[in-house]
Design a protein around this ligand. Structure first.
Ligand code: DHB
Length: 395
């Protein structure tokens, strides 16, 4: 077994792990990122595409903004659509000029990987069997098999568990003695498509309709991303292209909106879950991103929340390495958890306000319409949505 040393061993090369490695590098701290997928798989996985203002600012300030500024689409509002009409939430007016940028997660990952490699960063793709040892001591290590089949041992001072919702690192926090898991499953899912088509709308449309929710999003002027609420047990095979477009037209078309059809080239079903584990630290192991929490997709918060975690974690790690002071490290859970729960609430709230509930006899839908009416006719209500959608400042 060959052996190497670094300051921070990072399990997982998604947004949390790669951004953590990048932020640590800028503070002069060494890390190694271990990722079980290949670089091509990481860079090719289709996920959500909306970046909060904070995420954009952090990327620009840390030298990751070139392509984002060139290719990202800045959006200054969204439309909530119900009762056949659109109701605009104007971020610029309601949040002092803050905005979101449509720029897909895998593009962020490409930029992060390119930048880490240009900066001499150490990312090991295609590793297997990563196992963290002695994370309760001050000499943790990670053993793994690299892509050549060689057994490796990485010694480090701190370990970050950034290995996504199928995490192994979370299991190292003993449950139930130390760890509590909070979990909620939703009775709906999203059918997501990518289509070669012109944009149907200048801004994203979140539509509440008797037949179920629909979301009109975009990727580029030539490629659109749309979602339809479906049953969690539904299958992509049940949906011909014609059926998808018919359903999108029924749920969205009306005053001021008409969906533009095109050629669908990607179809997938996304499940809805809320999950939070507390605490997010055990000894010298720190969880960040989906390893610690999952949000339902409405509002596109998952990656933004992962970035907020590692922003706080990188500052705490910096304090530890520069002044041997671990108070910030040991307060990591306390620091990030309020934002995690606010984001859980926002994603749950948007989901519950916009989706058709399977057993609804009519009361639920009317109650949602009243809630949407109340929220959109009030400046306070629109501001609440806008502030949370563009994201509250990083701690
Ligand atoms: C997208 C995804 C979301 O969950 C959302 O709320 C808005 C947009 C997207 O993939 O474009």
């Amino acid at each position: 077994m060959s052996s190497s040393r670094t300051q921070v061993g990072i399990v997982g090369g998604g947004p949390a792990g790669l951004m953590l490695s990048h932020l640590l590098h800028l503070k002069g701290i060494d890390s190694v990122v271990l990722e079980c997928r290949t670089r091509e798989e990481v860079e090719g996985t289709i996920r959500a595409g909306v970046l909060e203002q904070n995420t954009v600012d952090l990327m620009v300030e840390t030298g990751l903004g070139d392509r984002l500024k060139r290719e990202g689409l800045e959006h200054h509002g969204i439309e909530l659509r119900f009762g056949g009409r659109g109701h605009r939430i104007a971020f610029d007016e309601l949040t002092d000029g803050r905005a979101v940028t449509v720029y897909p997660q895998h593009e962020v990952l490409k930029d992060l990987i390119a930048r880490r490699l240009a900066d001499g960063g150490d990312i090991r793709f295609g590793v297997s069997g990563a196992q963290v040892h002695d994370h309760e001591s001050d000499r943790p290590s990670i053993t793994f098999v690299d892509s050549d089949g060689t057994e490796q041992k990485l010694e480090c001072a701190l370990v970050a568990g950034c290995d996504g919702s199928r995490t192994e690192t979370r299991k190292l926090i003993p449950e139930p003695s130390i760890r509590t898991d909070h979990f909620r499953q939703y009775p709906f899912a999203w059918f997501g498509i990518l289509a070669e088509a012109p944009p149907s709308s200048e801004e994203l449309i979140y539509a509440n309709h008797e037949r179920g929710f629909a979301l009109i999003s975009t990727r580029t002027p030539q490629v659109q991303r749309h979602y339809l609420q479906v049953d969690p047990n539904d299958s992509v095979d049940n949906w011909s292209d014609d059926r998808i477009w018919d359903e999108l037209h029924m749920r969205v078309d009306g005053e001021g909106a008409e969906i533009k059809d095109g050629k669908i080239f990607q179809k997938s079903i996304l499940q809805f879950r809320s999950f939070v584990c507390e605490p997010m630290q055990h000894g010298n192991l720190f969880l960040a991103g989906d390893a610690a929490h999952t949000v339902p997709p409405t509002g596109a918060k998952g990656m933004n929340l992962a970035i907020a975690d590692v922003y706080a974690l990188s500052n705490a790690m910096d304090k530890f390495f520069t002044s041997s002071d671990r108070k910030m490290l040991d307060r990591y859970t306390e620091t990030v958890l309020p934002r995690v729960w606010r984001t859980q609430h926002f994603s749950w709230w948007m989901s519950s306000m916009l989706h058709r509930l399977p057993d609804d006899t009519g009361f639920g839908h009317r109650r949602q319409l009243a809630e949407l009416d109340m929220v959109t006719r009030s400046i306070a209500g629109r501001t609440l949505i806008a502030e949370n959608y563009v994201g509250t400042p990083l701690a």
